[in-house]
Design a protein around this ligand. Structure first.
Ligand SMILES: [Zn+2]
Length: 375
């Protein structure tokens, strides 16, 4: 007998939904959800497709995810065509198999089975799906959340199906993500001839001092849920290659990934103090790409932990490393947020693939979480 989770994953992989294109994925999901009684609202903005689907009322458990995928890269490097799903030795290959069409299929089939068993469930089951998680994310989950907040719709629990697992499904879950700030700093000097340094002011020489202090700052020690805050310099640029000119400006770009021990205001204050201590002439641009968020405790994380232990015989570890996720927008609703998905070993790579048995286990885990929280 055909497995509905595998069939749906394959159907989604066949849609070449390179971000932010949806390429028909959401119509497939919407049809499935409508046929089991979901109310669906499409929220399409420019080239991004989103939908918000709900079934019944009460405490809301939302499953969140994205239909877009990253570019397959060099198609000739793949063993099979990336948008033509193929099963080989218990693995299903195709772009998005893990990130995250497999998880979407697991969620949808879990919802179908749950609704069949508990047609009059006591809480609200919801889906928040976007086609722009992998690119700018400007018109995706952010916009849906803004709309929900404007209507005073609150989410109680949100499970994000991003691929968090390391070796087996559920070995790692996330209950938060770090914040991220990008900084563009230009140090202004005075351009001149290298042979007349007294008539110039070399911004590189000053910049080296600054960089040295910057990378040695101990921001915090992290906490139970986050590693220590870290700074990484991403670019340094000055001059045009001439060997006899002291350049007028030095560009330094850096990124800071910060824990819940800090916030962007404190980070700015510290860097401003350092810049004024060194008496630099500079201009600076800040881009707060994400605030950190954390669900340190609650019924959702407890349910996820016990369900994974029950279904996959492993005690999950909480590890909030890696980049940010759409959870940064969803956290604005005050929802408890947990991320649990497939094994991430091949995400964004050539020959992305998922273990067939993992799809089935993940779907059972999702279904049990629905039963525990809103049946
Ligand atoms: Zn993803």
């Amino acid at each position: 007998m055909l497995c509905p989770i595998i069939e749906l994953t394959k159907q989604l992989i066949r849609c070449p939904s390179i971000s932010p294109n949806d390429a028909g994925c959401q119509d497939i999901l919407i049809n499935r959800l409508k046929s089991i009684g979901f109310q669906v609202e499409k929220i399409n903005i420019n080239n991004t497709k989103n939908f918000w689907a709900t079934r019944r009322y009460g405490k809301t458990l939302a499953f969140a995810g994205h239909t877009d995928v990253v570019h397959p890269g060099d198609i000739n490097s793949w063993n099979s065509f990336p948008f033509d799903p193929i099963i080989y030795k218990d693995m299903l290959f195709g772009r998005g198999a893990v990130d995250m069409k497999g998880a979407l299929a697991a969620m949808i089939v879990a919802a179908e089975r749950f609704v069949k068993k508990y047609p009059n469930h006591k809480g609200c089951l919801a889906f928040l799906i976007t086609s722009d998680e992998e690119s700018s994310a400007n018109h995706g989950t952010l916009k849906v959340i803004e709309r929900l907040i404007s209507r005073n719709i609150c989410l109680d629990y949100c499970l994000i199906g991003e691929p968090t697992s390391n070796i087996i499904v559920g070995d790692i879950v996330k209950n938060g993500r770090r914040g991220s700030i990008n900084v563009n700093l230009i140090i202004h000097g005075i351009q001149g001839h290298v042979a007349y340094p007294n008539l110039a002011n070399n911004p590189i020489h000053i910049g080296v001092k600054l960089l040295n202090e910057l990378i040695c700052i101990v921001w915090d020690k992290g906490n139970d849920f986050f590693p220590p805050t870290s700074i990484q310099v991403t670019n340094i640029k000055a001059g045009d290659g001439s060997t006899n000119i002291i350049p007028g400006n030095l560009l330094i770009q850096f990124n800071i990934r910060f824990s819940t021990e800090l916030n962007d205001v404190k980070i700015r204050e510290n860097i401003d103090i350092l810049l004024s201590k060194l008496q630099l002439s500079y201009s600076i641009e800040w881009d707060v790409a994400a605030q950190p968020f954390l669900t340190s405790s609650g019924i959702l994380i407890d349910t996820v932990m016990t369900t994974v232990l029950q279904y996959n015989k492993i005690q999950p570890k909480i590890l909030n490393t890696g980049g940010t996720s759409d959870g940064r927008f969803i956290s604005r609703t005050g929802a408890q947020i947990v991320e649990l998905g497939l094994v991430n070993a091949t995400i964004h790579k050539i020959n992305e693939c998922v273990r067939i048995s993992d799809l089935k286990i993940l779907s059972k885990i999702y279904q049990n979480i629905m039963q525990q929280l809103i049946a």
